[in-house]
Design a protein around this ligand. Structure first.
Ligand code: CP
Ligand code: NVA
Length: 300
């Protein structure tokens, strides 16, 4: 079976480091491999995207390949035919599959039956490319590497789960502040807590999470597929907004990350997003570099 990235824990800690290292070399243009030369990549989207779509398409082109943008309107994954059959058919045409969808089990099903690597471009459960790119961004802005204190504020979602997955492999002091019924899935929390080198704090006090943090991270309160819950989530999460007053409690050299798209004025204020501590656009750029590294790694 080829290697796939359905979630960060498909990798070992050493492999995460190999990808981060490759990412740096590619970003600095020290190497420009073309592992996709002569190959196409099926990029399947059943949810909206700006960063993932464009960074994958550009990255695939830079690796010598050709990206095929496919929406669920055409293929109706799991409806017109089984996920397994779609995986077998696609594997006869393309060298890799990238998919953004709702169910994590659909991505795992594709990976199980495809004979080419499958990359998860976000599900309701996780967003591995994002958090690997985010960790690269932290390394760039806050060297040398140490056990970073990362405060995550807001909904316990796919982004939170991926931070927890990373903490299960890489030493992290993860401090998650959310409303009691917006907490991340305990499966991911337990997995992270099994890494004795990491610590995970779950709190409903945003100030406790942010105290002395190296990184302050937030994401939309209502993820794709949950927009009907937007008002309810906003009512629960209002006090977890990343604003200037909250940021004062972090380390003075703290950086602010947001996977984007942001709902300015809700989970993050304009002042913070456009302020000197924000590195959100470097973070967005790094999606391109990390995904190129992930694809090159999987095609080895
Ligand atoms: N951060 C991210 O994945 O952005 P898109 O939803 O625009 O792809
Ligand atoms: N949690 C967000 C992340 C978007 C990149 C969502 O799933 O909509």
């Amino acid at each position: 079976m080829p290697r796939s990235l359905t979630q960060i824990t498909d990798l070992t800690a050493a492999e995460v480091r190999e990808i981060l290292d490759l990412c740096g070399k590619m970003k600095r243009k020290e190497i420009a491999p073309k592992p996709l030369a002569g190959k196409a990549v099926a990029c399947i989207f059943t949810k909206a995207s700006l960063r993932t779509r464009v960074s994958f398409e550009v990255g695939i082109q830079q690796l010598g390949g050709n990206a095929l943008y496919i929406t669920d309107n055409e293929i109706k994954l799991g409806e017109r035919e089984s996920i397994a059959d779609a995986a077998r058919v696609l594997s006869r045409y393309v060298g890799m599959i990238m998919i953004r969808t709702y169910k994590q089990s659909d991505v795992e099903g594709l990976a199980k039956h495809a004979s080419v690597p499958v990359v998860n471009g976000l599900t309701d459960a996780v967003h591995p490319c994002q958090i690997l790119g985010d960790y690269f961004t932290i390394l760039e802005h806050k060297p040398p590497e140490r056990k970073y204190k990362v405060a995550y504020l807001g909904d316990g979602n796919n982004i939170t789960h991926s931070w927890l997955n990373l903490a299960s492999l890489i030493p992290l002091d993860l401090r998650i502040a959310t409303a009691p019924d917006c907490r991340p899935d305990s499966l991911y929390v337990e997995k992270a807590r099994r890494n004795p080198q990491s610590s995970v704090l779950l709190t409903d006090d945003p100030k406790e999470a942010v105290a002395g943090a190296d990184v302050v991270y937030t994401d939309v309160w209502a993820s794709m597929g949950q927009k009907h819950l937007a008002e309810e989530k906003a009512n629960k999460l209002r006090s977890f907004q990343v604003n200037s007053s909250l940021l004062k409690g972090a380390d003075p050299g703290a950086i602010v990350l947001h996977c984007l798209p942001a709902e300015r004025g809700k989970e993050i204020t304009d002042e913070v997003m456009d302020g000197p501590q924000s590195v959100v656009f470097d973070e967005a750029e790094n999606r391109l570099h990390i995904q190129k590294a992930i694809m090159a790694f999987l095609l080895k």
